[in-house]
Design a protein around this ligand. Structure first.
Ligand SMILES: Cc1cc2nc3c(=O)[nH]c(=O)nc-3n(C[C@H](O)[C@H](O)[C@H](O)COP(=O)(O)OP(=O)(O)OC[C@H]3O[C@@H](n4cnc5c(N)ncnc54)[C@H](O)[C@@H]3O)c2cc1C
Length: 400
């Protein structure tokens, strides 16, 4: 018998004994119910602090296409002597040309003993031509750029601008020599871009989230043990139930986002500001290029090198990007399979497609619809999970 019940019975017999009514028994505290266990605290979910992008076809401001200059065995940075001239190639960077640019410009310089005091020609005015030209100037050379197009009319202006060297080579074709060259260029560029962070260059740090339904892959390059893992700052994997995204797994790391329209314009102005000359001109052949007056020539013609230098391994990989009205409150990148979203100042960029061997630059409406609708599903689902999570958190913190 418990103590309270025995006390009640005792008081009852006392009342009977004294002839009093049993009102004392009423005054006795009732047995307390066993308290229910407190609800499990709602664990904070990764991404709950992020604003889901608003995806709707009515917000589209433009759709563009571009051709990535891709070589399955990787880009070419190489020096050769031809017809009494020095020719340094720097082309074929696939889907990672913005990322690798400073690293490959540095490698192109290092094919020479020194460039100081030389008068050099740079053929091409995309990101490779401009970074090569600027690097030559910084190392004491005089530069003239020959190109048929300048920003904003280059493939480099079409790039998403995500700093991460992907779609640059096929793993099955990667030689140890290329691997070493690639890792060196990536590291150099990673450091170099960090000095350019700020509005003047349109470069900033953002978290990137990679979603997947299977556990994220730790390949040759990314993830623990990967050759570029140390550049994945703030790296963390989140499992099922640990994040607000519509996939089983979410991998996060922080990287740089480069806004090509600001970045290339600043680069071009800096080259010109340091005395770089520009001639708008289209070359029909390598022989024509070799006739420019400069003794040292840097070939940064991107996909143009296929015809000019008869490099048949160089092929286009077409990409189509749709932009919605800018949403500056969305401050992260999200990648799921072939879909990706980068939130840029000039628009919320939705990719992506990778059509190998496709030369036709026409935009495809069916692809556009698929990309926009696919991403709408992703962000609507994210918004729903986030909303439910924030409501559960609020309930937990509401005083009763
Ligand atoms: C959809 C898409 C998304 C991308 N996203 C990213 C990304 O997020 N991150 C990233 O790092 N990279 C990205 N890229 C890849 C990047 O855009 C390329 O790797 C990069 O632009 C290649 O630079 P480039 O200077 O070699 O080529 P280009 O920008 O094409 O420049 C070549 C220059 O050579 C000139 N030229 C060519 N032929 C001749 C000729 N016969 N005579 C005279 N001049 C000539 C052209 O006019 C041009 O000025 C993306 C590309 C695309 C298409």
């Amino acid at each position: 018998m418990n103590r309270r019940r025995s006390l009640s019975l005792a008081l009852g017999s006392l009342a009977l004994a004294t002839g009093c009514r049993r009102k004392e028994e009423v005054a006795v505290a009732p047995a307390e119910p066993t308290p229910a266990p407190p609800p499990a605290p709602v664990k904070p979910l990764e991404g709950a602090d992020l604003v889901p992008a608003k995806i709707d076809a009515s917000l589209e401001i433009r759709t563009i296409t571009g051709l990535r200059p891709f070589r399955p065995s990787g880009y070419v940075v190489r020096r050769e002597e031809r017809e009494g001239k020095t020719l340094v190639h720097n082309y074929g960077h696939g889907g990672g040309g913005i990322t690798l640019s400073w690293g490959c410009a540095d490698q192109a310089m290092r094919t020479m003993e020194s460039v100081s005091g030389l008068s050099c020609a740079v053929i091409g005015g995309g990101v490779m031509g401009l970074t090569t030209a600027r690097m030559l100037q910084l190392r004491g050379a005089k530069v003239k750029i020959y190109t048929d197009h300048l920003p904003p009319d280059t493939t480099s202006n079409v790039a998403g601008g995500h700093w991460w060297p992907v779609s640059v080579f096929d793993s099955s074709k990667r030689t140890p020599e290329f691997a070493a060259q690639f890792v060196e260029a990536s590291r150099f560029a990673y450091r170099y871009f960090q000095r350019l962070v700020g509005p003047r260059w349109g470069v900033r740090w953002v978290p990137s989230y990679y979603l997947s339904d299977g556990a994220p892959d730790n390949g040759w390059m990314a993830g623990p043990g990967g050759v570029l893992h140390d550049t994945q700052v703030g790296f963390k994997d989140f499992g099922p139930g640990e994040h607000v995204f519509p996939a089983q797994y979410a991998r996060r790391f922080h990287t740089l986002l480069i806004e090509p329209s600001i970045y290339l314009e600043t680069l071009l102005r800096d080259v010109q500001g340091a005395g770089g000359e520009i001639e708008i001109r289209r070359f029909a052949s390598a022989e024509e290029i070799l006739k420019v007056p400069e003794q040292t020539i840097f070939n940064c013609t991107g996909l143009g090198a296929r015809e000019l230098f008869k490099d048949e391994e160089l092929i286009p990989v077409k990409g189509q990007l749709s932009f919605l009205k800018p949403q500056t409150e969305v401050n992260y990148n999200l990648l799921l399979g072939s879909y990706y979203m980068f939130s840029r100042g000039d628009g919320l960029l939705l990719g992506g497609t990778f059509d190998r061997g496709q030369w036709d630059l026409t935009t495809d409406d069916a692809v556009k619809r698929r990309v926009i609708e696919g991403q709408k599903r992703i962000f609507d689902a994210m918004a729903k999970t986030r909303h439910e999570h924030l409501a559960a958190l609020a309930k937990q913190h509401t005083p009763i």
